[in-house]
Ligand binder design. Structure first.
Ligand SMILES: [Ca+2]
Ligand SMILES: [Ca+2]
Ligand SMILES: [Ca+2]
Ligand SMILES: [Ca+2]
Length: 134
């Protein structure tokens, strides 16, 4: 699955990825990534979405509509263009405010994103771009 792995980080297509060993809220998960010089994963391509599926984990991704309900943004501020929502998602159902994005346990399904309450405890994936200047 990975071309290269080092101290828990996995390398794929010019980024390093770190998967947590325990669960946390979306915000606390993001804080952990920032402390590692990374951020929650931003899925920029179909290849990256395929790569995420290979972890076979139920994880936070760096996607939220906390600022404006229904307007999904990545943690770097870029708007969501290509998405992989599961059927009938995002749904913010039954009065529950679901403002954070996760990958559900549908590995065999290309579309496996769900919006869920940001306070749910999930494990998470950090992404750090590989740059030669660092
Ligand atoms: Ca990415
Ligand atoms: Ca909301
Ligand atoms: Ca929402
Ligand atoms: Ca949902």
């Amino acid at each position: 699955m990975a071309e290269y792995s080092h101290h828990g980080w996995v390398y794929f297509n010019d980024s390093f990825y770190y998967i947590s060993a325990w669960g946390n809220s979306w915000q606390d998960s993001r804080e952990d990534c920032l402390q590692r010089g990374a951020d929650l994963v931003i899925i920029n391509s179909k290849e990256e979405q395929e790569f995420m599926r290979q972890f076979k984990k139920h994880v936070w991704i760096g996607l939220t509509d906390r600022e404006t309900e229904g307007v999904w943004e990545w943690v770097d501020g870029t708007p969501l263009t290509t998405s992989y929502w599961d059927a009938n998602e995002p749904n913010s159902h039954e009065g529950i405010d679901e403002d954070c994005g996760e990958i559900k346990l549908h590995y065999d399904d290309e579309n496996n994103w769900n919006d869920v309450s940001c306070t749910v405890q999930n494990i998470w994936i950090c992404e750090k771009k590989f740059t030669l200047t660092q």
